[in-house]
Design a protein around this ligand. Sequence first.
Ligand code: H79
Length: 437
Amino acid sequence: MKKLGLLCLLSLIFFSANAQDYAYPMPEYTPTAGNLESRQEFQDMKFGMFIHWGIYSVLGDGEWVMYQQKIKNDTYKKLTKFFNPQDFNAEEWVQIAKSAGMKYITITSRHHDSFSMFDSKATDYDIIDATRFDRDPLKELAEACKKEGIKLNFYYSLLDWAREDYGFGHKIVDGKPVDADWDKYIAFMKAQLTELLTNYGEIGCIWFDGHWERKKADWRYNEIYSLIHELSPSTLIANNHHLTPIPGEDIQTFERDLPGENKGGYSKGVKVSQLPLESCATMAKSWGFNLNDKKYKSTKQLIHFLVNAAGKNGNLLLNVGPMPNGEIQPEFVQTLKEVGAWTTKYGESVYGTRGNVIKTQKWGTITKKDKVLYVHILNPTKEPYIFIPELKEKITSATSFDGKTKIKFKQLKEGTFLYTKMDSNDTIDTVLKLKIK
Ligand code: H79
């Protein structure tokens, strides 16, 4: 009886936390077999390229420039006249992603500034109607991705700084902005999502962002998610709302964080769910092109992010912000090339693996595929061994990654000792293989 009471109390706390998170109707959702298969494929891919590209790139001050420099929409709109990315080559972007070892691309179709980077009939504020570029980059990217076997996903902003029907800054009453036209805005998003899911071939995922700006709004996810799942049941839905996932979603995102961590500051109190997980991160500081942003992460840091994400059963979506001429900046291209050298050699220890074999250790982490555990020593220890706690699997052999060198091990109830030489100089990741029963 006591136990039951506690259970009720716990479920009440759990339930009320969820209800507080989002109080509006949710879609009734049972994923199709195709959707569940897409989730597995998504988890197998492990590494994707995030692309933030919009007319903001002209100002070279990140994708939040309109907000941060307090630029009025009438003024901001002038950027459409200067946006003519003649050096854009979708095939080149896809090659850069592919040779880095990335298996999918997630690109901004429309960011918070309201500008659509695709040919949309639902607005004139799009790349075809409002710029002289006269090409649809998403269409070209879709074709290049298809040709190269790269999955294409679309980022889509819920938040909008410019449209009157959204009413940015207006008070929310009864789930709607006052003095705006919420019904019209929802209909607009649905029209655009329909375009994105019908004109560009098969889309892997719709990646929403901006919910957090309007936590008290009724985003009508019951309608939006149902529309997506009906139009394309295998397309996955991610919503970067910084909450524990709600029904209808297929992927949980972590902005600038590994699953379960809150170093980036956006994941406070967020529970890690059973859904496929994805961390997104920048290569410097900004998402959109930023001329002055020189805080480049090193190749080693980025590989560690990828491996640590895999160790926590997640993917890494690593961002580039192409320049206004359409090229990806050379610093990023160089780093991605170096990441590619690593994934070419050690990819086996990441792609198709699953994580959560052990808790992340000071020395590193473990990934698992079939009957192999990959031990990733990211931070060599001073001792001539590493200690792996709580290993459920019974080890039958331990070798170097290439299988040529046998490694001594001692498996006890409390954990396993692996006696291995570690190069503490500049090794990115000493990968070892453990065969298990
Ligand atoms: O699309 C990317 C960002 O534009 C968007 N999500 C990723 C994937 C986003 N990142 N952070 N936020 C939204 C929340 C807003 C943070 C802010 Fe700020 C802090 C807004 C103003 C202060 C960061 C720092 C952005 C501008 C300055």
